[in-house]
Design a protein around this ligand. Structure first.
Ligand code: ARG
Ligand code: GLU
Length: 721
């Protein structure tokens, strides 16, 4: 272990480039043969590149989808059966849950296709093909163009190309920049919109460990749910109809029942969202010194208030559990990220790269001319941007996220209603606002919200952001309320209608232009207007200049880093396009004297179980199966595998991604990373970064033994050797 660290540090120092290290990277499937396949084979892969991704024939990629808007999912039967994470299906499971049929708590399993539940708005997206369109997108771009002209030219080209690509088909095309606009790829997609809920385990299994264990290893979460994709009679996408039939996918994954051991090859195939591996030191400093500390502090305050109220009142627990999970997820990730970046001495590592760069361009007059200003310009722009970075962080975290601001925002369009606005338009807006209000009040607790507002907006925002970057409502508080925050708070919460469902419903009845005027006078609406106009008229507008400059500098810096890396291939940052990650099952040492094994089992769940701790309760049925060791074909040597870790370099969006063995069989579902490794969005560390996978055998054990849905197991292709 120690030896490995030194050699990697040495390589980094000698080459000065944070170039490719073992297992780092998220690769473009189209380029697999060219760049990765030999390395993957050397590490144990037994498939050809064509079997993984092919332009002409069916390949593994045809079994993978974007699930909803931000997760990955995969097909596991020839009847459109799909598996993804529980936390990815959560919203849909919740939407079917009522007090009488509490699927979230108790789980849900359709015992026949007729019982599967329709999900409004849920879609899955298959990739039909991808193509390098760099030369086409950049055809009319010249070196002398301003950044703005460049953007416009590119946009025009993209519009034309995407339109041409799907003409006469039902496909959708999208073009995305890679390597900060040095390259462009087009993705042609097929989108299915009839996706039904097949099953989900009880939350005590699917969310076992909750926020306590989130981002942590050793982990024991049964994070999966199942859906089915439906198509019309011609196997084409269609809106929901009872006549739709299960979609017959070109490809579905076979499932490995073999298990894995330390050192085994694994690959993840899915949709990583965002990484920033090639930032200059100034950007990493800004994340470490400005953004992360402030965002972490704001969220900590929010979470403390939510937690206290949730503990005191079961209704508040239900109302705020999803909200607090959302707040806690990024909060905890940023804490791990900052720690990891400090541990890696990331800023100085970046500085060392920049120093090498200086030597590199000094060697040669041409380079000197081209690049000697790059770092100076970066520094200048990041310095100029710094106050905006802070201000935008507060706008997002302490302003726009306030509950009253959000609900007022969803009434925004109503404020524009005039006497001459057609009634049909008004009706539409009212229906939308009513929908938002219904959702809002279902999960709104006024005392909790008010405490958060008082602490986060009136205290943190006011005291930590310079006046010129604050919403102007604070000026009103200073003059009209003589700076008395409490008085303003009383006025706001006393006078707004948005804390009272009845008042809001009444307000929406027979809505008219005069009510639009009234809306403008509501103090929460006024607050919302103050917060958003700060952003649109000032923060966004003024920071755009520096951001555009930085975009252009990054494009250059990225291409320089690639050039300096010579024959080492640098992978493009994640941009929510299909990628391949590969690595191996591996343990790690999180701290001095501590060693983590790469596997967990049901024993570990039972060690954690504590009916008094909400996150650590399990259904009685699981207990029984554990006691009788009734694991069926899913257990190994009297134990039930639950999760494992590997060195795959993954990120948010990879949730639900298939984790595959050397033959392309499904080993499990990616659902998280370890806390010590969350800096991998900015800097990967092979000794610390692990992706966390739910072992598919645990999922199938739950389906079969706990839920008794063995008819689903019959649909699967299980591979035993
Ligand atoms: N950390 C995982 C991810 O980023 C899981 C989040 C959901 N789970 C939770 N306990 N909040 O999305
Ligand atoms: N849970 C994350 C997701 O929803 C995956 C964890 C990560 O960031 O790697 O995509």
């Amino acid at each position: 272990m120690i030896k490995r660290i030194t050699s990697i540090l040495l390589i980094a120092l000698v080459t000065g480039i944070s170039g490719l290290r073992a297992d780092e990277g998220m690769w473009i499937p189209l380029l697999l043969e060219k760049y990765n396949h030999a390395d993957m084979q050397a590490k144990g892969l037994r498939l050809s590149a064509e079997e993984i991704f092919s332009i002409n024939q069916t390949s593994l990629k045809d079994a993978i989808v974007i699930f909803g808007g931000g997760c990955t999912g995969e097909l596991i039967s020839d009847q459109g059966l799909l598996i993804t994470n529980h936390h990815c299906g959560y919203g849909n499971i919740q939407s079917h849950s009522t007090l009488e049929n509490d699927y979230l708590t108790n789980g849900f399993w359709a015992m026949s296709q007729k019982e599967e539940l329709v999900n409004k708005g849920l879609k899955v997206t298959f990739l039909v093909r991808m193509e390098d369109v760099t030369s086409k997108v950049l055809a009319k771009v010249t070196d002398t163009m301003s950044e703005k002209e460049r953007q416009q030219t590119i946009k025009t080209a993209i519009d034309t190309l995407t339109k041409q690509a799907v003409e006469g088909t039902h496909y959708k095309a999208i073009i995305k920049p890679f390597y900060y606009g040095n390259e462009y790829y087009m993705f042609v997609n097929e989108v299915f919109t009839d996706v039904r809920l097949v099953g989900a385990p009880p939350s005590a299994i699917g969310k076992f460990g909750g926020d306590t264990d989130n981002w942590m290893w050793p982990r024991h979460t049964g994070d999966f749910s199942m859906f089915r994709v439906y198509a019309d009679k011609d196997n084409k996408p269609a809106a929901y109809s009872k006549d739709n039939v299960p979609y017959k996918p070109k490809k579905h994954f076979s499932i490995s029942m073999k298990g894995i051991k330390k050192g085994d090859f694994t690959m993840v195939y899915g949709y990583p969202g965002t990484t920033q591996e090639y930032l200059p030191s100034y950007a990493v400093e800004s994340i470490l010194n400005i953004s992360n500390p402030h965002k972490i502090n704001i969220r900590e305050n929010i979470l403390d208030i939510m937690k206290a109220d949730m503990n005191a009142d079961p209704l508040v627990r239900i109302q705020y559990s999803s909200k607090s999970a959302r707040v806690a997820n990024a909060w905890k990730k940023w804490i791990g990220e900052s720690r990891g970046l400090k541990r890696l001495d990331a800023v100085n590592k970046k500085k060392a790269i920049e120093k090498d760069f200086e030597e590199w361009f000094s060697e040669n007059a041409d380079r000197r001319k081209k690049y000697s200003h790059l770092m100076i310009d970066f520094k200048k722009n990041y310095d100029e941007l710094a106050p905006y970075t802070l201000a935008i962080d507060y706008f997002m975290e302490a302003g726009y996220s306030m509950e009253l601001v959000k609900i007022a925002a969803s009434f925004g369009r109503l404020s524009s209603v005039k006497k001459e606005t057609p009634q049909a338009d008004i009706d539409k807006m009212v229906a939308q606002a009513q929908g938002s209000a219904n959702g809002f009040f279902k999960n709104y607790n006024l005392p909790t919200d008010r405490k958060i507002f008082s602490k986060v907006f009136l205290d943190l925002y006011y005291n930590n952001v310079p006046q010129e970057f604050q919403p102007d409502i604070f000026r009103k508080i200073e003059t009209k309320f003589k700076g008395d925050m409490q008085k303003y708070e009383e006025y706001l919460y006393g006078k707004t209608m948005f804390t009272d469902q009845e008042k809001v419903n009444k307000f929406l009845e027979s809505f008219s232009a005069s009510k639009a005027k009234k809306l403008m006078k509501d103090p929460a609406f006024e607050l919302y207007m103050s917060v958003v106009s700060l952003y649109h008229q000032k923060l966004n507008k003024q920071s755009r200049v520096y951001k555009n400059n930085i975009d252009s500098l990054m494009r250059t810096w990225m291409s320089v880093q690639r050039e300096m890396a010579e024959d080492k291939i640098l992978f493009p940052d994640a941009n929510f396009t299909l990628r391949i990650h590969y690595g191996q099952v591996d343990d790690y040492e999180p701290r001095d004297g501590v060693h983590y094994e790469p596997f967990t089992t049901l024993e570990g769940i039972m060690e954690k179980v504590n009916p008094d701790i909400y996150d650590y309760d399990v259904p009685e049925r699981l207990n029984e199966l554990y006691k009788t060791k009734d694991y069926g074909q899913y257990g190994v040597n009297g134990k039930m595998p639950v999760c494992f870790i590997a060195t795959n370099h993954t990120t948010g969006g990879n949730s639900g991604s298939p984790v595959l063995d050397a033959d392309g069989n499904l080993l499990g579902l990616n659902f998280d990373r370890n806390w010590e490794g969350t800096m991998s969005d900015i800097m990967y560390d092979p000794d610390m970064c692990r992706n966390i996978t739910l072992d598919i055998r645990y999922a199938l054990f739950i389906v079969d033994k706990l839920a008794g849905a063995s008819h689903l197991i019959k649909e699967l292709d299980l591979v035993y050797n």
